[in-house]
Design a protein around this ligand. Structure first.
Ligand SMILES: Nc1nc2c(ncn2[C@@H]2O[C@H](COP(=O)(O)OP(=O)(O)O)[C@@H](O)[C@H]2O)c(=O)[nH]1
Ligand SMILES: C=C(OP(=O)(O)O)C(=O)O
Ligand SMILES: [Mn+2]
Length: 620
């Protein structure tokens, strides 16, 4: 069946939207404040109409139908992929644009050396200039959203106005949207203001394009007033403002002030063969394995993993002296390539339907494909740019940063209580390192763990613009996401550690699934076999196994790893855990240079950790 034939019969475009999209009316000062803010944005951006998103199923269906009508989404064959769509972005708008991402704090030093700072007064003037008339010819949607269950004790709410229906549909999957949140706003709960425009106004009669966007891009955060302005991009990381912009950059600032942590972490429950539950959060940079670990299917018999979250974790000290965590999101915005039956079967099952795919390849039968979904590509694909594709085309069929957007509830191994807070037992830090960093290292204490997090470096992936493979520092996997001075952020982590009973602090480990041999192959099979590393970590937490001291932290004794049925040679194992004092000394040198960039904002404890590391290396 040809894809064109699959389009469902059309309902007149604007009518159902108007019916669904009318402004609610609440008679409270808080709601009046929201209306006056929306009116201000409307006057500035001059949309043709305003649609207040209520969050109903019918509204979402109408939105998707319009997107198909306008050629912005392709409806996939419902026989294979019910309720699912393919979006193809403009080839220039495929990833987060870090160079165009700004923190506009009052003082430059509060943005810190890792962020692009902008003066808030000047930046507000710039926003006023570029947003002027930016929504002409389009609909402005008003989307109230909750991060965390509506009304939950750790939840925060916000509003995104946007002229992208694709963004609205994506926000509807990634967060909880609609009337329930609007009631909280009307009742006076504080909310965060976020404004998004693709920056492509339409003149009367001008035809729209498949993926409107603008070459000029601004992703701007005003941490002092808790506002976000995003212009020019439709890409998820730049356009779903509740996600990276709010739940990480702005939330990290709120968390600093309130004594909690907003982190770029997955969250899982690991259940041991004895039936005991442990909660593990892990920070890996974008496209370094969070979604995969979040959906882990252990290859060790008896272990089970339940998914709680795959990208963002909010962590708060509880009255019981433990750290409690929630996943503030409601969906997964995951990297498609590399997601397949042999790597992440859970994700493949999650994607059975109701999924928005972006920049993957289209099969002739109206389903989708990407590199790694199956070993061999099906014939006659259409690539992510809409061109005919064969295996000899010499380019990937799906963009390396192509994505799926799907509701978390669809994950077959999602926890029954995934919307509730869980107590943390273990925190992992990781990156993509071909050399040097062992498969797993245990921190000696919280402060050493903070040092491990602060010194993470990782090879660049396709999730952001830049040179692939280039090694860069990505402390706590938060480099692109910390909304304030990273030196203060390190100090905040140390402080949170002191605010919790030391015997109830989570244990910290560093992991690296990506070490390679001289021949370039991965030394560790990864994926489901990462459960073998988790198994060792849990046995360490339980005090069932000892560890070996090394200059960089505690390593497993090889005989303590459950490697039954894994195909790793002894030589590869030795290499996986090798700690070369010479290259680690060079690593320490580069850490010192990195630390120096923070000047007096670097906590003294981290300098102490660095000199202790150097002493241990010198003795090794
Ligand atoms: N070699 C190897 N690759 C992995 C592993 N886990 C994830 N990946 C790959 O890393 C890429 C990004 O993974 P993903 O889980 O989507 O990363 P996220 O962006 O951090 O959520 C995908 O291509 C995965 O196949 C692993 O354990 N070993
Ligand atoms: C959502 C994103 O990141 P991640 O790869 O961490 O899921 C993103 O890059 O926009
Ligand atoms: Mn992910």
């Amino acid at each position: 069946m040809a894809v064109a034939e699959l389009h469902t019969p059309q309902v007149p475009a604007a009518a159902p939207l108007r019916a669904f999209g009318a402004a609610p009316s609440y008679d409270t000062p808080a709601f009046a404040e929201l209306v006056s803010w929306v009116d201000g944005i409307r006057a500035l951006t001059q949309p043709d109409r305003v649609h207040w998103v209520g969050g109903s199923r019918a509204e979402n269906d109408a939105l998707l139908r319009d997107l198909v009508d306008e050629g912005k989404l392709i409806k996939l064959n419902p026989e294979w992929r019910p309720g699912s769509y393919l979006a193809r972005s403009h080839p220039s708008d495929v990833a987060r644009t870090e160079a165009r991402t700004f923190i506009a704090s009052e003082n430059e030093v509060d943005a810190g050396p890792t962020n692009n700072w902008a003066d808030p007064t000047e930046m507000h003037a710039t926003m006023d200039r570029i947003f002027e008339g930016s929504m002409r010819g389009r609909t402005m949607y008003v989307v109230p959203f909750s991060m965390g269950a509506v009304g939950g004790p750790l939840s925060h709410i916000g509003v995104q106005v946007t002229d992208s229906a694709y963004a609205v549909a994506s926000i509807g999957i990634m967060t909880r949207v609609g009337d329930a949140v609007m009631r909280e706003i009307a009742a006076g709960k504080p909310w965060v203001k976020t404004v998004h425009s693709v920056g492509a106004p339409l003149e009367p009669g001008e035809a729209d394009v498949e993926w409107p966007c603008n070459d000029e891009k601004y992703i701007v955060h005003f941490p002092d007033t808790l506002e976000v302005y995003s212009y020019g991009s439709g890409y998820g990381g730049n356009a779903i403002l509740a996600k990276k912009c709010f739940a990480l950059r702005i939330a990290s600032v709120i968390a600093r002030d309130e004594g909690w942590l907003a982190e770029h972490m997955l969250l899982i429950r690991v259940v041991s063969p004895e039936g005991k539950s442990y909660h593990v959060a892990a920070a890996f940079p974008s496209a370094c394995g969070k979604t995969n670990l979040a959906m882990l299917r252990p290859t060790i018999p008896g272990w089970r993993v339940e998914t709680l979250g795959d990208d963002i974790t909010w962590i708060r000290p509880g009255e019981d002296g433990r750290l409690w965590a929630i996943n503030p999101e409601a969906g997964f915005f995951g990297v498609a390539p590399g997601t397949g039956e042999s790597t992440n079967v859970t994700a493949v099952e999650t994607l059975w339907g109701n999924t928005i795919f972006t920049n993957v390849a289209l099969r002739p039968d109206g389903d989708v494909w990407w590199e790694g979904l199956t070993d061999t590509p099906p014939a006659n694909l259409v690539d992510w740019e809409g061109n005919a594709w064969t295996p000899d085309s010499g380019r990937p069929a799906a963009h390396p940063n192509s994505r799926f957007t799907v509701s978390a509830a669809q994950c077959p191994q999602i926890s029954d209580d995934w919307e509730e807070a869980v107590p943390l037992d273990v925190i992992l830090f990781g990156g993509r390192r071909a050399t040097n960093v062992p498969l797993v290292v245990e921190a000696t204490d919280w402060s050493h763990g903070v040092f491990l997090g602060a010194t993470i470096s990782s090879e660049r992936t396709a999730a952001a613009e830049g040179t692939l493979g280039e090694l860069r520092r990505d402390p706590f996997a938060m480099l692109p996401f910390c909304g304030y001075n990273m030196g203060d952020y390190f100090a905040h982590w140390l402080r949170v550690g002191r605010s919790v009973r030391f015997d109830r602090l989570p244990r910290i480990f560093q992991v690296n699934w990506f070490r390679r041999g001289d021949d370039g192959r991965f030394l560790w099979p990864g994926f489901g076999d990462n459960s073998r590393v988790i198994d060792w970590i849990i046995r360490r937490v339980e005090g069932q196994v000892t560890a070996v001291d090394s200059p960089i932290g505690r390593l497993p004794r090889i005989e303590d790893l459950d490697l039954e049925g894994v195909d790793v040679s002894d030589a590869d194992l030795a290499e996986l855990f090798a700690v070369d004092p010479e290259s680690w000394s060079r690593e320490a040198e580069s850490t010192e240079e990195f630390f120096d960039t923070f000047g007096d904002r670097l906590p003294a404890a981290l300098r102490t950790e660095l000199s202790a590391l150097r002493h241990r290396l010198a003795r090794a």
